[in-house]
Design a protein around this ligand. Sequence first.
Ligand code: KG4
Ligand code: ZN
Length: 339
Amino acid sequence: MSKDLTILAIESSCDDTSAAVLVNRSVISNVIANQSVHQKFGGVVPELASRAHQANIVPVVDAALKEANIGIMNVDAIAYTQGPGLMGSLLVGSAFAKSLALAARCPLIPVHHMQAHVMAHYIDDSKMKTPRGPFLCLTVSGGHTQIVRVEGPLQFDLLGETIDDAAGEAFDKAAKILELSYPGGPLIDRYAQKGNPEAYLFSKPSVDGLNFSFSGLKTSILYFIRDMEKKEPGFREKHLNDICASIQKSIIDILMDKIERAAVQTGITHVAIAGGVSANTGLRKALENRSSRLGWEVYIPSFQYCTDNAGMIGIVGHYAFEKGLLGDLNQRSQARMDW
Ligand code: KG4
Ligand code: ZN
């Protein structure tokens, strides 16, 4: 029997500091410190994010090791987020991971954050099915919206992506127009559950191929709210549930139409969602509905692996280690990173 593989993973690409310990494909601990400091600014303030990562990184890594009951000398490799993300945030995680790897004399594994969102589907979790064959992954986060063709662990091709705003950004910007706090996605989701998704109609983009666009929708929401507030002061608060339900439906329709097009083009009928927006209850339901209509096999991640977490960094670390894809101390953090 082969020896267990133990990975310590560190994620610090945006505004959550996270550390996880994986033994083989199982996540033994996954500690996340959210940064509430950004709420009152309506978005992530990069300088404040880096400072909060500095305050959080030692206690978060310490807690992940303690919770897993594993000493640093028993870790086989340290995986960390190399990019893409906010440079100051990435630097805190990478400098810490490199120092710890040097001190503990263990290998380092740099991880692509967006690939990690997709790879979360290979975590061994009783609430999730592990994909067997090729599948399409709709990865929807605060900074990216992508359709990825996945042949197997660490074998993927990018088929399409947004040409402007990301889906999560569309949720967050719409929430800002509605004077809701950051991050707005979960709030829109909550209000939408009590509203009528057909109440208002917003413009739909027409973008070729498998790419997305969300900036037109944002403008259409902005003008609609501005005009309605002129006609009926207090419109925003009075009809918040219906507005949120209609906005959410528009975003979901754009996403679902493209993933259906990708399924038709590739002939692949196994479809997954990943990233922060995959926590959206409406999107999860829409995927289930389309799967029963079109006979798809769907993969929906557990909530803890939707938004940023180190568990997903660790599963990339696991497969990279097995394939001998190790990094070194010279690798630099990358705010933008090729697929
Ligand atoms: O993947 P993630 O945690 O971070 C990035 O890599 O960007 O995604 C964060 C995004 C934010 O835009 C947030 O508003 C959105 O995910 N989000 C949601 C929900 N939960 C998080 N959007 C819609 N509905 C949700 N329930
Ligand atoms: Zn993310």
